[in-house]
Design a protein around this ligand. Sequence first.
Ligand code: AMP
Length: 398
Amino acid sequence: MEGTILVVNCGSSSLKVALFDAQLKKLSSGLAERLGKEDAFATVKGHPAQIELDALADHQQALSALVTVFRDDGLLDDAPAAVGHRVVHGGETFREAALINDDVLAAIKDCASLAPLHNPVNLAGIEATRALFPDIPQVAVFDTAFHQTLPEKAYLYALPSHLYNDWGVRRYGFHGTSHQFMANEAARILGKTPATTSIISAHLGNGCSITAIRDGNSADTSMGLTPLEGLVMGTRSGDVDPGLFDFLANQGVAPHEVHRLLNNESGLLGLSGQTNDMRTLCELADHGHEPSQTAIEVFCFRLARYVGAMMASLNHLDALVFTGGIGENSSLVRKKTLAHLSLFGFTIDDELNHHHGSISDGRIEGAESRFRVLVIPTNEELVIAREALASARPGMAG
Ligand code: AMP
């Protein structure tokens, strides 16, 4: 098939790919897992059997195997027309997607100190794809880019200014492709242009963030220098008192242990002592498991507090939008969160909420609600494919 766009998203031991046609219709997707381990394997949507990978297969071997399946399925000619890569951190260098060349690669490498767990693996994905398709345009799409419109008052921490000047310590924000997609979709649903639409976008997945989008631009967001700040997440704590670091140090907890504690052992998992998975937590809570009930309460209260905080950046609000695995699927989380926000005039329609907005073009607010409330499925891959098409072939974006 001609003019296809390949989207590549690399994790430390995983590789996700999606293939779109020239009209940006998704043709297929695949996932390689446990890369670098003995039992590495891959799956492709619609293929019941796993794709064999060599033991210790790396990103390049996985990509090559997945591309071979797309070719065998007749979905891909020799090579795609362009490749879009998810890159987590673009620092202050990248305000938009960038066509990859040696300078862009060097700049992504420069941002690695800000995202040591993410940017190096994103670069591995780019290198693997360049090796496989040396003559094809490759485009980097940054999680941080959408938030480069944050005003100084929103991105500066109240720290000595040399931390920002010397090391770039500031709020960057993440999940930018998802929040940008929400802004555009909400505008479409509301019959407005993105440039006149103001929303609060809550991306609630395993990672969670919330963004105030004022007239189409990110104006404030909950994630900061790293994707640890802000909301309660699956295994991440979100906001804690910075005094905690000193306190833990005095208890003899080493910095790398603090990192693990806050990133991998906290959030819903830490509070419940059971799981980071909201669906399982809701089942446990239903059966009377008190720590799971507590975890859900803390999650929803923190989220509601942040909705209130995001109001400070807006001069009007067209809609509060829920997305991500939790935001799209948990009527309980949406209901509990909105219950904290009645003073602002939010109400919810239980029937529409129960159907996750699917019977009402996303709408779940009550008839008397002061503000619209929408449930919109996110589609970060589509944003990356669209950006890849636009950057690789100016004037031909679908
Ligand atoms: P994501 O990272 O966007 O894939 O979202 C993952 C989160 O969504 C996990 O916590 C899942 O438990 C949660 N999730 C998915 N489906 C449901 C559901 N039906 N009810 C509650 N949470 C869900």
